[in-house]
Design a protein around this ligand. Structure first.
Ligand code: FES
Length: 78
C-alpha cells in the first residue's frame, strides 16, 4: 500500500472557523492541511470534516494519524 508524503512532522494548529473542510490525506497539497487536488493519480482521497463551532484545532500534518483529520501524536514515531 502506498504511503502518504509527510507534509510536516507535527500538526497544523489553526484557529478554524465553522464550515466544511477537506483534509489532505496524501501529503501533496500546497495548501496544507487541506486538499488542493494534488492527490489526483494517487491512491489517496481527502477526508471531509465539518467544524460546528470556531475552535483551535490540531490538523494532522504527518498524515499518519489514527484519528484523522486530527493529530494523535503519531508524528513522534518518525
Ligand atoms: Fe492531498 Fe487532495 S491534495 S488529499
Amino acid at each position: 500500500m502506498a504511503e502518504p508524503l509527510m507534509a510536516q512532522k507535527g500538526p497544523y494548529v489553526e484557529e478554524t472557523e465553522p464550515g466544511t473542510y477537506w483534509w489532505c490525506a496524501c501529503g501533496r497539497s500546497g495548501d496544507q492541511p487541506f486538499c488542493d487536488g494534488a492527490h489526483k493519480g494517487t491512491a489517496f482521497m481527502p477526508l471531509e470534516h465539518t467544524v460546528a463551532e470556531k475552535a483551535t484545532l490540531a490538523w494532522c500534518g504527518c498524515k499518519r494519524t489514527t484519528t484523522p483529520p486530527f493529530c494523535d501524536g503519531s508524528h513522534r514515531a518518525f
